[in-house]
Design a protein around this ligand. Structure first.
Ligand SMILES: [Zn+2]
Length: 815
């Protein structure tokens, strides 16, 4: 699973953010608990399900279902079977293989099927359930009505435990099965599911039944179904079909976006030593999706296909999303977490793998660039709440998982790392695993005890926060470093008694690089104490640069006060991107230092990799305008749109008349969406007289994922410019953000915006009513409650009225 970063939401601090959910764990013994306690017990082995669905109704969000189940009893005297089945499933009948009717009872999400007589251990049981499903759209299945650029469709989402809301099953990952999905769909629609398409049968009235067969076992949360009018674009990897299913209107955009897939399959197959393990690979785009979901052999993806201009901005979709979900076909689908406290085994590897792909394709800089981005995310999450990778509800499994695995790969070297990863995939092929299982495979493969690494990085939280000082002894030709770890194990237990541990000492090998007039001196050492002293000998002349942890092999923070000359030298000569980013942050704290300004300006305009130029451009406003403006002028002509966008955004912070002029120039002439969006934001900050005209143009400028329109909406919300209320209202049918801007205005007391929002609850378009309800969540609770109570009696759309009634009840309960 993967969601994009909420970049836009972070910008729009005035607008409401979705609440973060976290699950607390009850047991303080994390290492023991993670590996077993969270797994679920059951007394049968689920073997196979044939899931047949028909008569989909988008108005009543309903369908008719039949599920035939095969399972094997795992104990003597088994007389009843406990399945998970959502409350929206009304069981019409249960029938044994013999044809005999079976008794059932259904309470909340639990369905009990009573067998005619007890069966013994190892006995096979077959039975069929017929049911009517009335789905609360969004739990298990999401039904979407047609709207502009979005065909009518439905899609499933199982992870973590929502598939039982649309078919009765064992809804936990520690039991794998094979399955078939038969879906009968209206004329013009396709049904996409897992495994091979074995049959397509025409029915009455143009209906079609698609028969999919997933013949290799996987977890039930990975069962998936999408029903939509779709265009199919065919590709392949050797003899494995690789299919892209997109809206007909998007069919010309599919190849450029998705055709990277066979090459990614190739690289992942070679790295893991496991050729792509499924019958086919499909990627299907749907509306209102949170990002991507790795349903086995049939990934579901959001419908944000980039147009040709958007590729200049390195779309997240191709850079991260496609390789992330593909990686899950090995890590998550082929070997699956045994329970939800080990989900990092799925997500950490899936987030790690794209960096490995990009290294294969483009080398070390793109690899470091990828993980530097993960590092920024990691630090942001870590600052909110440090949680171990292996813990229930861990908040940091994506970036920290990627970074810890990258560190492990560094530590072991690629050959040993991939041999061990192959061992792990082989030991648990088509099965499940825990964090401890990963350790066992790595130890068995490498022959090296790695429990210390697991204890520090998987079962504990935090990271080493180094404070380093150095002193040079000219007579002895030595440089002495004192590296102190300053992190403190100060976390408190939560309300359940769970307390996570931050190690006060992390152990790792470290390399020191000392630059001198006569060349670099390199020293390897072992971090083994909370305060370590490392003496580097053979430093014949005064250092010109000192790099602690050369190559950035340790996940860390670093506090190391150095002369500007050292930093400037390192910025020019250190190939590592994390190191350069660290240096840039140090230099940006020296606004009055001409040498620092010159080093940053030089990096912004001539560093050998765009990420360094981009980050340097983003640091320029710290320095005097006479340094910043010439460097930003050059950066705005960079070949990389990321550098130009960073420069355009930075202009907004430079208080100089030339900045506004440059921003207007970028807005008027740049071809990149992200550069124009950034320039619009800068103009809104720099040019009170000229901004309204640019914002008005921005509102009606089409761009990928509404990048430019969103920049205009953010500028309106930030400047609190209520003259745009009517223009914003005109966009409420196009995308969700306009309603949220109205919500921000209403929360600040603007009655015009509030009146429009209230009226939008009666809009004839269901999606507008839905987005309006979401936007109202930005209002303070008391205001929201009174708005909803006033609106409720007049609402004529049943869906909105029901949703409003639920909201009122929930808000009243909170008071
Ligand atoms: Zn994922």
């Amino acid at each position: 699973m993967r969601t994009p970063l909420p970049i836009l939401l972070a910008l729009v601090s005035a607008l409401p953010l979705a609440a973060q959910q976290s699950i607390a764990a009850p047991n303080p013994n994390l290492e023991r608990m993670t590996n077993g306690t969270y797994s679920r017990s059951h007394d049968y082995d689920l073997v196979h399900q044939r899931i047949a669905l028909r008569d989909f109704n988008w108005d009543s969000t309903s369908f008719v279902g039949q599920v035939a189940t095969t399972l094997v009893s795992r104990r003597a005297g088994l007389d009843s079977l406990i399945l998970d089945a959502g409350g929206g499933l009304s069981i019409r009948s249960a029938t044994a293989a013999s044809g005999a009717a079976l008794r059932t009872s259904h309470t909340r999400d639990t369905l009990v099927v009573y067998l005619p007589k007890p069966v013994g251990a190892g006995d096979t049981v077959r039975f069929t359930l017929d049911y009517d499903a009335h789905i609360k759209s969004g739990s298990g299945l999401t039904f979407i009505d047609q709207r502009p650029h979005t065909p009518r469709q439905l899609w499933s989402q199982g992870e973590d435990m929502n598939n039982h809301d649309w078919f009765p099953t064992y809804d936990f990952p520690n039991d794998k099965m094979t399955w078939e999905v038969d879906a009968t769909v209206p004329a013009g629609y396709l049904a996409v599911s897992n495994g091979a398409l074995t049959e397509e049968t025409p029915g009455p009235g143009g209906t079609h039944t698609f028969h999919w067969n997933e013949s290799r076992p996987s977890a039930t949360y990975l069962v998936s179904l999408i029903v939509e009018p779709l265009a199919e674009v065919k590709d392949s990897w050797h003899d494995v079909p690789v299919d892209y299913y997109v809206y007909h209107a998007d069919s010309a955009l599919a190849w450029r976006l998705f055709h990277v897939t066979p090459d990614m399959i190739d690289v992942y197959s070679k790295l893991t030593g496991i050729p792509y393990p499924w019958q086919k690979y499909a990627q299907t785009t749907v509306a209102d999706f949170f990002g991507g979901m790795e349903n086995v052999s049939a990934t579901t993806l959001v419908d944000w296909l980039p147009d040709s201009k958007a590729y200049a901005d390195r779309p997240w979709y191709q850079y991260i999303l496609i390789p992330h979900e593909l990686a899950h076909q090995w890590f998550g689908d082929y070997v699956t977490t045994e329970n939800w406290a080990n989900t990092w085994l799925n997500e950490g590897f899936a987030e790690f793998m794209p960096g490995q792909y990009w290294k294969e394709k483009s080398g070390a800089h793109l690899e470091q660039d990828y993980y530097a981005d993960e590092y920024r995310q990691f630090m942001g999450i870590e600052a909110r709440r440090p949680m171990p990778l292996a813990s229930m509800g861990s908040n940091n499994i994506y970036p920290k998982g990627a970074l810890v695995l990258e560190m492990l790969e560094d530590y072991l070297g690629p050959q040993r790392f991939w041999a061990a990863a192959h061992r792990y995939l082989t030991d648990h092929a088509f099965g499940v695993a825990t964090t401890d299982d990963l350790l066992k495979s790595f130890e068995a493969s490498t022959g090296e005890k790695l429990d210390w690494f697991w204890r520090e990085w998987m079962y504990s939280t935090g990271y080493p926060a180094f404070t380093v000082t150095s002193s040079y002894d000219a007579a002895a030709h030595t440089l002495t470093l004192v590296a102190a770890q300053t992190q403190r194990d100060s976390l408190k237990a939560d309300s359940t008694g769970m307390r996570y541990v931050i190690p006060e000492m992390f152990t790792m090998p470290v390399t020191i690089r000392v630059g001198t007039a006569a060349g670099d001196v390199v020293k390897k050492a072992q971090i083994a104490e909370r305060v370590d002293t490392i003496v580097v000998g053979g430093v014949a002349s005064a250092p010109t640069m000192v790099v602690f942890d050369d190559g950035n092999h340790i996940l860390k923070s670093l506090d190391f006060d150095q002369p500007t000359a050292w930093l400037a030298n390192q910025l020019q000569h250190d190939p590592n991107l994390w190191d350069r980013e660290w240096v840039l942050a140090e230099l940006a704290h020296r606004p009055g230092d001409a040498a620092a300004a010159a080093a940053v300006a030089n990096a912004a305009t001539s560093a050998d990799y765009f990420e360094t130029r981009m980050l340097a451009a983003s640091a320029l406003s710290a320095f005097p305008a006479d340094v910043a403006i010439p460097a930003l002028t050059r950066a705005l002509a960079d070949t990389s749109a990321q550098v130009r966008a960073a420069a355009a955004a930075e202009l907004g912070k430079v208080h100089d008349a030339r900045a506004a002029e440059l921003a207007h120039k970028a807005w008027n002439s740049d071809t990149s969406y992200s550069v124009r969006a950034a320039a619009l934001g800068a103009i809104a900050q720099l040019d009170p007289a000229g901004r309204a005209a640019v914002i008005a143009t921005g509102l009606s400028t089409p761009s990928y994922r509404d990048d430019i329109q969103n920049a205009a909406l953010v500028a309106i919300a930030r400047s609190n410019d209520t003259t745009f209320v009517a223009a914003v209202q005109a966009l409420v049918g196009d995308q969700p953000l306009p309603a949220r801007v109205l919500g921000a205005f209403a929360a600040r007391g603007n009655s015009h915006a509030l009146g429009l929002l209230t009226a939008d609850l009666e809009d004839s378009r269901a999606w507008v009513r839905q987005w309006t309800l979401q936007a109202l969540s930005g209002l303070p609770v008391a205001q929201r409650l009174s708005v909803l109570q006033a609106a409720e009696p007049k609402l004529t759309h049943a869906d909105t009225r029901a949703a409003v009634e639920r909201l009122i009840a929930a808000l009243e309960a909170r008071r």
